[in-house]
Design a protein around this ligand. Structure first.
Ligand code: IPD
Length: 266
């Protein structure tokens, strides 16, 4: 795909994400129309997830019919060029009126994340990453914290029922013992974005799905974060562990999480 083809996709999807953000915000503000159901224990679904994904799918299919689409709610198959969509990441926050949620759209070319667009409309924040061209928040450049002292580090450790609690708690214990402050804020995508802008020093999760990280990986990578090779193996279909952190904390975070980090060329 040529740089001009990528430019076209970037600008088209920036417009599209504004439209999707308005739709999602309308649902968020009318909490009685959320139609909340549970896909499983602590696995939340609202009507907004389906509506936003459907809107994105319809528009992308018209704009770029040759590209494949994978979405959290509707699934899909990988291809050389594939959009990976999470219509609402942080659905449990969204359903409870907490503003820490976002819409995540990533473009993967031959397994490499090229464009990442993350909109957190309730926070009025729009992140953009383009491989080789940097990362921005609301148009201004962002970069990782640059910290190297675990005793000052703020580390987010994502949690889901897909991993045994004992394994999660062991990683939390190692992080606390090392001197890190630990949090879990409920959106893996924003977790990566917060590493990118230096609000935290690291995000790690022992299993996460591709739609939770595809866009955030471009943003964090372009902001200077180090990450493991999430798309290795069958990461696109089955998910993988993710470790994303400011470079000076790689060895300590590898030890704490057991996730091997490898710098990708961005
Ligand atoms: C979840 C969130 C959460 C992460 C989970 C994800 P969802 O996605 O990103 O922070 O820990 O692994 O499944 O369900 O809110 O789209």
């Amino acid at each position: 795909m040529s740089p001009a083809d990528l430019d076209l996709r970037q600008f088209a999807v920036l417009g599209l994400v504004h439209e999707a953000s308005r739709v999602a915000l309308d649902y968020f503000r009318k909490s009685d129309s959320l139609g909340i159901t549970m896909k499983g224990t602590q696995d939340w679904l609202t009507v907004a997830d389906g509506a936003v994904e459907e809107l994105l799918r319809q528009r992308l299919a018209v704009l770029f019919p040759q590209d494949a689409i994978i979405g959290e709610e509707g699934g899909g198959e990988a291809a050389d060029a594939v959009w990976i969509i999470d219509p609402i990441d942080g659905t449990s926050n969204f359903a409870r009126g907490d503003r820490n949620w976002c819409i995540s759209i990533g473009l993967l070319l031959n397994g490499v994340p090229e464009i990442g667009i993350v909109s957190a409309p309730a926070l009025d924040e729009l992140y953009l990453g383009r491989r080789g061209q940097g990362a921005t928040l609301n148009g201004g450049p962002i970069k990782v914290s640059g910290g190297a002292d675990i005793g000052r580090a703020y580390v987010e450790l994502g949690w889901s029922t897909r991993i045994p609690n004992a394994d999660y708690l062991a990683s939390v214990g190692r992080a606390l013992d090392a001197g890190a402050a630990v949090r879990r804020a409920g959106s893996g995508t924003l977790g990566l974005c917060h590493v990118a802008n230096g609000r935290t020093d690291a995000y790690a999760e022992l299993h996460i799905n591709a739609w939770d990280v595809a866009a955030g990986m471009v943003i964090a990578g372009e902001a200077g974060a180090r990450m493991n090779d999430f798309f290795a193996g069958d990461g696109i279909r089955r998910g993988n562990p993710i470790l994303c952190c400011t470079p000076g904390l790689v060895p300590e975070l590898e030890r704490i999480t057991g996730i091997m980090s490898r710098h990708r060329d961005h």
